[in-house]
Design a protein around this ligand. Structure first.
Ligand SMILES: Cc1cc2nc3c(=O)[nH]c(=O)nc-3n(C[C@H](O)[C@H](O)[C@H](O)COP(=O)(O)OP(=O)(O)OC[C@H]3O[C@@H](n4cnc5c(N)ncnc54)[C@H](O)[C@@H]3O)c2cc1C
Length: 352
């Protein structure tokens, strides 16, 4: 079977690799290259954690993705998963998300520790845990080297016999087409996300990859390769044009990040800004993935709607798409386009 996968981000790259390994003749094409700076996968790092609240489907996907990332590391001799630990901080006022996560973490066999506020304060001096009740800590997870991951996958794809071309994929030449065009998909809304990287006082100051689930939700990654302490707000921003949008960081978002950092990480108050980045989430209408045939088509598929959380599970998404395309197994119904019924597939997101 001849398949063209359009888009060589995390989702398209892994989809192409899985289809190739299942015997398809695959062309992977991208307008600007794997993990280019316009792409949603085009950053240095992405958090990987199994904590996912009441929806066990994603925790199971994370558990399946980990050996795939490790296998990629071993095959290509590159460190892709930095196991600095992943810390999910529960809001004191409402910890229902975290309590629901525990059952799924246990069922998926993902190791975690429950850290009390007192333990957190002992482990991480210089951090203010006001408003945090407790935390889930996953010691073997942390973050993925995002850009490096995407490039390694495309390299593997070509070395194993796949054809990669750098061009627009609007007129693909294949019997089956998989659209993995990230924020350029018609079924999603791209939203502007500002991320900031602050200088840390000393390299010896240790903190894991983290999510602070109090309002507003922030998350970050500690000084990857000396590039600063990442802090970003995890709330969909205003609509954004991924092709021509202005990626100058907004002073309003920087002020908010500085205020947040000064409150939660007093040790970093007044820290210099080393780098910044404007990216975009590719939001589906309900924040869940879309893996389905394009409505009304028999030979076109869509794989996307990662909605700001799906880099970590890209190897599994690729596997699900490959099985669906080859008729081996239907994708989970919660990822279908049918769930939107006759209502709009795309919802307009605004910064909360
Ligand atoms: C700031 C930010 C932080 C995030 N943090 C996390 C995190 O911590 N953990 C996590 O798991 N996920 C995270 N995510 C989400 C994750 O990065 C995305 O869900 C994932 O990278 C989406 O990958 P993709 O392949 O769908 O899209 P992309 O990476 O955008 O890939 C789409 C590709 O399609 C190409 N393309 C588009 N149109 C065409 C065309 N017509 N012809 C040819 N090529 C085309 C583009 O050039 C691009 O390379 C985050 C996202 C953002 C923005």
């Amino acid at each position: 079977m001849r398949v063209c996968v359009v888009g060589a981000g995390a989702l398209g790259g892994w989809t192409a690799l899985h289809l190739l390994r299942r015997g398809c003749e695959v062309t992977l094409c991208d307008r600007w290259g794997p993990a280019n700076s316009r792409a949603t996968s085009g950053d240095e790092t992405r958090v990987i954690r199994g904590t996912y609240g009441p929806n066990g489907v994603y925790t199971r996907m994370v558990a399946r993705a980990i050996p795939m990332w490790k296998d990629a590391e071993a095959r290509y001799g590159q460190k892709l998963l930095q196991d600095v630990g992943a810390l999910w901080m529960a809001c004191e006022a409402d910890d229902s998300y975290e309590r629901a996560s525990e059952e799924h973490l246990r069922a998926a066999g993902l190791g975690y520790e429950r850290l009390s506020r007192t333990q957190l304060e002992q482990l991480y001096p210089g951090v203010n845990f006001a408003g945090i009740g407790w935390a889930l800590f996953e010691p073997s997870l942390g973050y993925l080297m995002a850009r490096r991951c995407c490039q390694a996958v495309v390299q593997a794809f070509t070395e194993e016999g796949g054809r990669y071309v750098e061009r627009d994929g609007s007129e693909p030449d294949a019997s089956i087409v998989v659209h993995a065009r990230g924020p350029w998909l018609e079924q999603v809304t791209a939203t502007r996300q500002d991320a900031f990287y602050f200088g840390v006082p000393a390299r010896s100051w240790k903190f894991p990859a983290w999510v602070d689930n109090s309002a507003p939700r922030f998350y970050g990654i500690p000084f990857n390769e000396g590039r600063g302490f990442k802090a970003a707000k995890d709330v969909p921003g205003v609509e954004f044009d991924p092709t021509g949008g202005d990626r100058t960081p907004s002073s309003e978002a920087l002020d908010e990040a500085r205020r947040y950092i000064a409150f939660r990480f007093p040790v970093l108050a007044g820290a210099p800004l080393l780098e910044s980045r404007v990216c975009q989430y590719e939001m589906s209408a309900d924040g869940h993935l879309i893996i389905d045939r394009v409505s009304g088509s028999t030979d076109e598929w869509v794989a996307g709607g990662g909605s700001g959380h799906s880099f970590k599970i890209a190897p599994v998404i690729g596997e699900i798409v490959a099985k669906a395309v080859l008729g081996e197994e239907a994708p989970p119904s919660e990822f279908s386009l049918a769930r939107f019924g006759t209502g709009p597939v795309v919802r307009r997101w605004q910064r909360a």
